[in-house]
Design a protein around this ligand. Structure first.
Ligand code: DC
Length: 233
């Protein structure tokens, strides 16, 4: 029996992955895996428990025990996440949490500990998986792999707009520097570095609207799904 289809969307932070994935998951009626949120939940939990960044054994145990709950509201881009029944709130999506998540994500036993939870999300009728290594490591047999990119300045501008819209203070040059630092760390690490899978389609979203990106991926996916129907093995 063949496994449920998976669409993977990887790429650096701020390339538009979350918006693209949410829209596609809604249009397809598929499940959605926000793998970055798993690393962010781990960052919050590790910080709350005072686990040191170099205590890899405790970090991996903490990662393996995490059971976050995701709730998607129609029209909302990001999931509401709770841990042990407690909503995690804005802290989950902050730059600080993202930076710590990126540092913890470089620890191989942490990545290993989160692998099973990510793969368990693959269910009928299908899964849209958003992250850094969805196509390269977590779902190497994905139906379609996308690597979504955009220039660092463009990505920082998008992030800046999101923060301003939330009424938060944000400096564009600081955001550009933070985004570059995080991408470099994600790309440099030994374990599952941020890198397109060899069979991924690369899309640069810098000069495209959200619906253009969604339509392009939708078209590619329809082709793949019809090939899959003709040749299910
Ligand atoms: O997508 P995000 O900003 O929520 O991800 C936060 C960090 O988690 C990111 O900088 C690197 C890490 N991450 C990862 O290493 N692998 C993933 N599949 C998803 C996120």
């Amino acid at each position: 029996m063949s496994l449920a289809p998976v669409l993977t969307v990887d790429g650096p932070s701020g390339a538009g992955k979350s918006s693209v994935c949410r829209l596609l998951a809604e249009r397809l009626g598929w499940h959605f895996l926000d793998s970055g949120a798993l690393y962010r939940v781990l960052a919050l939990r590790a910080r709350a428990e005072g686990i040191g960044e170099d205590d890899t054994t405790a970090l991996a145990a903490c990662a393996a025990a995490l059971r976050p709950e995701f709730e998607f509201q129609p029209g909302e881009e990001l999931a509401r996440v709770s841990l042990d029944g407690q909503p995690l709130g804005e802290g989950l999506r902050s730059e600080d949490t993202g930076a710590l998540a990126s540092r913890l994500a470089a620890v191989p036993p942490v990545r290993q500990a989160l692998l099973a939870a990510q793969r368990a999300q693959r269910r009928e009728p299908g899964l849209v998986a958003d992250g850094r290594d969805m196509g390269s490591t977590v779902f190497p047999d994905a139906t379609l792999k996308i690597f979504l990119e955009a220039s660092p300045v463009q990505r920082a501008e998008r992030r800046h707009k999101q923060l301003i819209a939330k009424g938060l203070d944000a400096s564009l040059p600081v955001l550009v520097a933070q985004i570059q630092e995080r991408d470099e760390r994600d790309a440099r690490r030994q374990a599952s570095p941020l890198r397109p899978a060899p069979d991924a389609f690369r899309i640069d979203s810098s000069a495209l609207t959200l619906s253009q990106v969604v339509d392009r991926i939708w078209g590619l996916l329809q082709e793949r799904m019809s090939q899959r129907d003709q040749d299910p093995d």
